[in-house]
Design a protein. Sequence first.
Length: 163
Amino acid sequence: MEHILSNNWSKRFFATLMAYDIMRVWEAGTRIILSFLTLTILLGLAGGVVKTFLDLRLLLSTGVEVALRQVLVDTLTLLAVVEVLKTTLTYCSDGRVRVTFIIDTVLVVMLTELISRWFTSGEWNQFAILGGIILMLGVMRIIAIRYSPALPTSTQQADQLGF
């Protein structure tokens, strides 16, 4: 008798599970996970702002150049986090990831790396590699805007170009 009850329970469970629209389950699960991700990004951003503010005390203990270099790198890193947050929120609202937002994020990270290498007197080949990557990302961004699957309005296009 117990075998029949457990067998009926499993059949009912699978029938109920199959009755749900899998896309609705996917969208709800994705929204829940992205909500946690957004909260994590916001907490990280707030912590980064606090750390950047605390790095101002370097002005008292080290040279101005060293302190401001650290604040500049921290600020550029925070801007990269803002771009990740922007990409996450766009996915929540549009249901897709925009390639231009991802490229913008990588561009900010690469520019941060280029500036930090510049301050540490990096070798010229490192600058050449980073410059090549930044140049290719710029070309990819232009191509992504020009051949976007969504037909943007003039205001959206100006926003994507950064105006």
